[in-house]
Write a protein that binds this ligand. Sequence first.
Ligand code: GLU
Length: 334
Amino acid sequence: MKQNGISRSKVVLILLIAVLLVFSGGVGSLLARGRGEDEPSVRRLNMGGGWVTGVYYPLAGSMSRIVHLHMDGVSLTVESSGASVVNSNLIGSGDLDLAIVQNDVASHAFNGRNAFDGNAISNMRGLFSLYPEPVQLIARAGSGINSPSDLRGKRVALGPLGSGAEVNSLKVLEAAGLTEGDLTAAERLEAGEAADYLRDGRLDAAFFTVAIGAAVISDLAVSQRVEVVNIDGRYAERLMQMEDFYAPVTIPEGTYTQVPQAQTVGVVSIVVAREDLPEQLVYDFVKAVFDNINVVHSAHAAGRMVTIQSALDGMTVPLHPGAERYLAEQGLRL
Ligand code: GLU
């Protein structure tokens, strides 16, 4: 009986210790606390993607998968958002670790220009470039919009709140000598909603600065005849004079159902990070992405444009030291 009593109390003691270890996060953590450290065992990072119907979001998702598979002790969560402007502000406030943004917006943010006047996002650092993003002005077929000037008196979605698309649409209006006041309606709708409104006839046109072949436009073109309005000639020239970031882009025929080839201007999407992220962590992240670039390539057709050769094309902010080290090893310098 006594024998049994002793072994039972031993069992209870062992169980108590086991429970304590589980709830305290294990022996290592107990020791770490003993040393005055309280490091979580997983480094949780977040990345600002963009529209769920866009291309930032699936590409950021592919990078999250790479981190999960190839970076021990690190996780990456992706957040959908209006995109470039809001992502830049969240890098500035420290609420995002990483983000995808347009290179024009990144430059404005870093240098405290335009929407960032008096609020420079000086902690933003570049990691690598992704792909060219054309400014796509999509009109309902038959709306009579053949150039940006034809937007006068029309109902237009200028891009989601906090998007780079909105920044670009306002520049296009300016290049056409128009202001928002010249439109019958100027909407800031989430990208998928703008496509729905176009489909329902509640809008005449909508601006999307997004990779060629983005779902938001290709899905719309399947159910509603649309046109991609050319932003070329004097409009393109004006835009390129106004800002350094715009370059001509051709949207090939057949990209969208029954839509012929179109000519417009585009910017470049880039991955950025907060300056205070550890050098080694950023090095490991950039290396993991390029070592596993096939995962990015299979996330969306535009993902195939992400290559080490073009990793610094259109980079408009200083590089994070971790990215700089990895890219220098690949023979690339800004
Ligand atoms: N370029 C867009 C913007 O910043 C976002 C596009 C996307 O989510 O793929 O407005």
